[in-house]
Ligand binder design. Structure first.
Ligand code: IPE
Ligand code: IPE
Ligand code: MG
Length: 228
C-alpha cells in the first residue's frame, strides 16, 4: 500500500479513448467502451483509498462539435454503465452526482442518471461526480445568473452556492491522461489551487498503479495557497 495522502477530491480528465482505438485499427467508439472499464477500476480504487470525491470529465459542453454518431454513442454509455454497475456501486456505498446541464441529454440517459442519483442519495461513501455536458464557463454564467436572480451580493461564498459543486471541497488533485496539458473548460473556478498531474497514458490504458502513483506524487507536493 502506498503512502497515505490527505486527499479528499480527485478530478480526472479521461482523455485518449479515440487515439487508443485508432492505434488498434478500431473505431473511436470502441475506445469509449474500453474507457468505461478504466472508470470501473479507478472508481473502485478511489473508494479503497478513502478518497471522498471523484469527479470524472465524461462529456464537455464542447464535445457536441464531434460527429453526431460519436456524440450519440458517448451519451448512451452512462445508461449502459449504470445498468451494469449500479448494484455494485450501491454495495460499495457510492453516492452519484451529476455536474452539468443534463436537459440536453437523451431522455433515456437522463432518466437513468436521475434514477441513480435518487437511489444512491443516502450513501455516505465515495461521492462519484460525472461531469456530463459540463463546461466551466457555462457553469460560471449559470451561477452568476442565479446569484443575480436571488438578489445576492457578489461574493465567493454566494457564487459557490450556485455551482454544480456546491458544498463540495475543491479538487486537491487533477489527473489528465492522454498527453495533453490543458484544462479544456473543466472546473475553472474550483481548480484555482489544484495540483496537476499529467499522464501520457491513453485513458483505456490508465492503470490502478498509475492512479496510486499520482496520489503518491501529490502527497509530496508542497501546497502554499499563496502563503509561505
Ligand atoms: C475522451 O477521449 C473522451 C471524451 C472526450 C468523451 P477522446 O475521445 O477525446 O479521445 P482522443 O483525445 O480523441 O484520443
Ligand atoms: C476533454 O477532452 C473532455 C473530456 C475528457 C470529456 P477533449 O478531448 O474534449 O479535449 P480537447 O478537445 O483535446 O481539448
Ligand atoms: Mg480528446
Amino acid at each position: 500500500m502506498s503512502q497515505l495522502a490527505d486527499i479528499s477530491h480527485i478530478a480526472i480528465i479521461m482523455d485518449g479513448n479515440g487515439r487508443w482505438a485508432e492505434r488498434r485499427g478500431l473505431s473511436r467508439t470502441d475506445g469509449h467502451v474500453e474507457g468505461v472499464s478504466t472508470v470501473v477500476k479507478i472508481v473502485k480504487r478511489a473508494a479503497e483509498r478513502d478518497v471522498k470525491f471523484l469527479t470524472l470529465y465524461t462529456f464537455s459542453s464542447e464535445n457536441w462539435k464531434r460527429p453526431q454518431k460519436e456524440v450519440e454513442f458517448i451519451l448512451q454509455l452512462p445508461k449502459k454503465f449504470l445498468f451494469q454497475y449500479l448494484p455494485e456501486l450501491m454495495k460499495n456505498n457510492v453516492k452519484i452526482n451529476i455536474l452539468g446541464d443534463i436537459r440536453q441529454l437523451p431522455y433515456s440517459t437522463r432518466e437513468a442518471l436521475k434514477h441513480a442519483v435518487r437511489k444512491t442519495a443516502k450513501n455516505d461513501g465515495l461521492q462519484l461526480n460525472f461531469a456530463l455536458n459540463y463546461g466551466g464557463r457555462q457553469e460560471l454564467l449559470k451561477a452568476f445568473e442565479e446569484m443575480k436572480a436571488a438578489g445576492d451580493d457578489v461574493t465567493e461564498d454566494h457564487l459557490e452556492k450556485y455551482l454544480y459543486t456546491a458544498g463540495m471541497p475543491d479538487p486537491d488533485l487533477l489527473i489528465r491522461t492522454g498527453g495533453e496539458k490543458r484544462l479544456s473548460n473543466f472546473l475553472l473556478w474550483q481548480m484555482a489551487y489544484t495540483e496537476f498531474c499529467f499522464s501520457d497514458s491513453l485513458w483505456p490504458d490508465f492503470s490502478v498503479e498509475e492512479f496510486d502513483a499520482a496520489i503518491d506524487e501529490f502527497a509530496v507536493r508542497h501546497r502554499r495557497f499563496g502563503g509561505l
